[in-house]
Design a protein around this ligand. Structure first.
Ligand SMILES: Cc1ncc(C[n+]2csc(CCOP(=O)(O)OP(=O)(O)O)c2C)c(N)n1
Length: 280
């Protein structure tokens, strides 16, 4: 996979389809937040991150800590397409003995760098990992993805203060600001306000971009790499359930869906892929 935008957009559509395939085997899952972060996953694994799917524990790899760990399906879809494990394994999601539990688990899945799921803890672990790598003079970058609902957790802000204090220039974080959390709009449940400004106030270098514009995400990552001595936040404006036809509904955090729903969504994504492939 290279830095070609067309290929990256196709990769994002394939990630959405692979994530839905895994959730289809369970006839439900965290569809909304998995779909909203798919373009970011394509940008990270398709271009930005230094990784080796044949050697998931490569000491010099960049790390990804998916702090919104309930969106395991988006991560598994990406890792399977990258060759960390066979794509057919996606259909074992949440089944007995699976290597793919609904929430990310570093002890089970090749390519998962941190166990997450309890909101707020993942970003704290990412900060700890970045601090250790900085201390050891290692070249790795630690990427981490939070949800905007997750930012209601006080622990997120403790981690943010600590990262700025320790000048963690090797930490690049994203908030998938899809405006919603488990059962409604974040602004109505516990308003996080202007996240870019807040992280800036907490001592971070902070940007905000369209989270479905892969070129913009990659440009922001490049800018983030130019800020040694400061952790970076990139707030992504996204749509919960993006590009999944049956997710266009108010309650789209965890959705139960039928085989027919899945087929319709997969067909729609196939058409999108075909259209992208036909473009110059
Ligand atoms: C500490 C903690 N409290 C509650 C939950 C239950 N929970 C799972 S997902 C979720 C909503 C998360 O919303 P957001 O971070 O915006 O994620 P996204 O919309 O991107 O899926 C909640 C409350 C949890 N996993 N951890």
């Amino acid at each position: 996979m290279n830095n070609n935008l067309k290929e990256l957009n196709i990769f994002a559509a394939r990630i959405r389809k692979a994530a839905l395939r895994s959730m289809n085997s369970f006839h439900g899952g965290h569809v909304g937040g998995s779909m909203s972060m798919a373009d970011l996953m394509a940008a990270l694994y398709g271009a930005a991150m230094r990784v080796d799917p044949k050697n998931p524990q490569w000491p010099e790899r960049d790390w990804l800590v998916v702090s919104k760990g309930h969106c395991g399906p988006a991560v598994y879809g990406t890792l399977a397409l990258m060759g960390y494990f066979p794509e057919d394994e996606l259909e074992t999601l949440n089944k007995e003995g699976t290597r793919l539990p609904s929430h990310c688990d570093r002890n089970r899945t090749p390519g998962i760098d941190m166990t997450t799921g309890s909101l707020g803890q993942g970003v704290s672990c990412a900060v700890g990992a970045a601090w250790a790598m900085q201390y050891r003079g290692m070249p790795n970058i630690v990427y981490t993805i939070l949800g905007d609902g997750e930012c209601d957790e006080g622990q997120v802000w403790e981690a943010a203060l600590f990262a700025a204090t320790k000048k963690l220039g090797n930490l690049i974080a994203f908030v998938d600001q899809n405006q919603k959390q488990l059962d409604g709009f974040t602004r109505e449940i516990c308003d996080v306000g202007d996240l870019r400004q807040k992280f800036e106030d907490f001592g971070w270098h902070a940007q905000e971009v369209d989270g479905h514009d892969i070129a913009a995400i990659l440009a922001a990552i490049e800018q983030a790499k130019q800020t040694p001595g400061q952790p970076s936040m990139i707030v992504l404006h996204t749509v919960k359930g993006k590009d999944c036809c049956f997710a266009d509904q108010y309650y789209n955090h965890f959705i139960r869906f039928s085989e027919e729903d899945y087929q319709n969504a997969a067909d729609w994504l196939d058409q999108k892929i075909a259209k992208l492939e036909s473009e110059d």
